[in-house]
Ligand binder design. Structure first.
Ligand code: CO
Length: 488
């Protein structure tokens, strides 16, 4: 591990990972340090904004960038790389025009000032948040609209996908499905924010067929990005925010910039019964939650591990995200929250002061008691900063393992792949431990200006990557991804 530095990164280095990648590649990665495990076979798909400007105009926020899929195909010790943009309708129109034709939800405006943007509430489905393989389909997800279906091998865009007629043209399908290994179902939700909020919960069999779809109504506006899953509940957090749509309608701000955080109101936690029924509300002091690591039930108690901010981390209009002062933003920290369903009491503790994001657990432990949480984290244990480290927290012993890529490396979401994952299976059999597997992480190396795929032994993160594969180019900082053995 690199020693503690005064400031473990430079902004110029970090900005290297915020550049667009316009080219689309297709090649075997031949620059390899260490050994790719020959029994690690399958495809790692990742999604994220690939285009950070259009027609020479920089985007105001990376979350507004058009989705670009990367596929790393592991084939008995070798790895093939391919990347393709999702050919959404908006992407194709803007390619042709070579300028921004749509406003972004996170603050990107069309050129021409507020007059050019006022009352333009059209939304471009940018398909940039997550990518999953399920029911024979590779799907790029964006939470405000329908998935795009892609060819799992060529990554060619096949078009919008309504999930066999499940979704209507104006429906939403969240970018955070969770796999329930107990029932072998994929669970996801869809939410359209409004004065009150309607939440659809969907459960899919391995065939892709939707086998359960209860609908819930909760009072007030809700901005819900992710959820947690237990055997009986889907759990969503209603952060204490209000939406003032006028600056958005008037063309002055992006929709997400019109969200105001109210620290005097509680955060509401809703238990949505998976079998249907009334949502059950609980409250805790104000915080803002994007992501959950996991949740499980013990008797009347529900334990949830989440990443929470003290308040909504918004950028003021006019701020260039490329110049953001990380240390001045609220840090995202790992929290443990316990709900007692019989007393109504909610307790929460912050696990550590280290800033972190993108928590994952062993896929068989989703909704079940578990031991290890894997995260992308900051190098400095106290100060908010870009993600530069891989971090493992042990719930049983409190032990932590950290590997830092500082000062030149900037990391993304880790993906856990259990050892012994058989081809054409979601299940992993046998008695192997919860850390018996690999963590796959894409890292931008500012030293070379290229990105690397890192492979870690999940049991020995602090030992550093067992393999480091260097690409021929960089990949802009990504969002979410998944691993499947189906496309081998
Ligand atoms: Co997310």
């Amino acid at each position: 591990m690199t020693g503690v530095l005064d400031r473990p990164y430079s902004m110029a280095d970090w900005r290297g990972g915020t550049q667009s990648l316009r080219e689309e590649y297709d090649y075997w990665i031949d620059e390899v340090e260490g050994t790719v495990p020959p029994d690690l076979n399958g495809t790692l798909y990742r999604n994220g904004p690939g285009l950070l400007e259009r027609g020479g105009v920089p985007l105001a926020h990376p979350f507004d960038g058009d989705g670009m899929i990367c596929a790393f195909r592991f084939d008995h010790g070798r790895v093939h790389f391919r990347n393709r943009y999702v050919r959404t309708a908006g992407f194709l129109e803007e390619e042709k025009a070579n300028r921004l034709l749509y406003r972004g939800v996170f603050g990107t405006q069309k050129p021409g000032g507020w007059l050019a943007n006022a009352f333009d509430t059209r939304i471009k489905n940018i398909a940039n948040t997550h990518v999953i393989y399920w029911g024979g389909k590779l799907l790029a997800l964006w939470e405000a609209s329908l998935p795009h279906r892609l060819d799992p091998v060529t990554l060619e865009t096949l078009g919008l996908d309504d999930l066999n007629g499940l979704l209507g043209a104006n429906d939403a399908f969240a970018a955070h499905p969770r796999f329930d290994s107990q029932t072998q179902r994929l669970v996801n939700f869809g939410v359209k924010p409004g004065l009150s909020t309607r939440i659809h919960l969907y459960e899919f069999a391995a065939s892709g067929e939707c086998v359960s779809q209860p609908v819930f109504q909760i009072p007030g506006f809700a901005f819900i990005h992710d959820f947690a899953l237990t055997p009986h509940y889907a759990i969503v957090f209603q952060n204490p925010v209000r939406l003032n749509p006028f600056p958005y309608l008037l063309g002055l701000r992006g929709a997400a910039q019109c969200i105001a955080f109210n620290a005097n109101e509680p955060t509401r936690i809703w238990l949505l019964p998976r079998a249907g029924g009334e949502p059950q509300p609980f409250t805790m002091p104000a915080c803002f939650v994007f992501h959950h690591a996991n949740a499980y039930e013990v008797g009347d108690e529900i334990h949830i591990e989440s990443i929470a901010y003290s308040h909504f981390p918004t950028l003021e209009p006019g701020t260039d995200f490329r110049e953001v002062n990380f240390a001045a933003l609220p840090a995202s920290l790992l929290w443990r929250i316990t709900i007692n369903r019989s007393t109504g009491k909610v307790q929460s503790t912050i696990v550590d002061d280290r800033p972190c994001e993108f928590p994952v657990v062993h896929p068989a432990k989703v909704g079940q008691p578990y031991r290890y949480t894997y995260l992308a984290a900051g190098h400095d244990p106290k100060v908010n900063a870009p993600l530069q480290a891989l971090w493992r927290c042990d719930r049983d012993t409190g032990e932590q393992q950290l590997w830092s890529a500082a000062p030149k490396g900037f990391v993304s979401e880790p993906i856990f792949v259990p050892r012994g994952l058989a081809p054409q299976q979601f299940l992993w059999q046998g008695a192997q431990g919860e850390d018996d597997g690999w963590l796959l992480q894409v890292m931008y190396d500012a030293g070379s200006g290229k990105s690397q795929l890192l492979i870690f032994d999940a049991a020995a993160i602090h030992a550093g990557p067992i393999a480091r594969l260097t690409l021929k180019h960089h990949i802009p900082y990504g969002l979410h991804g998944s691993f499947t053995t189906y496309m081998t």
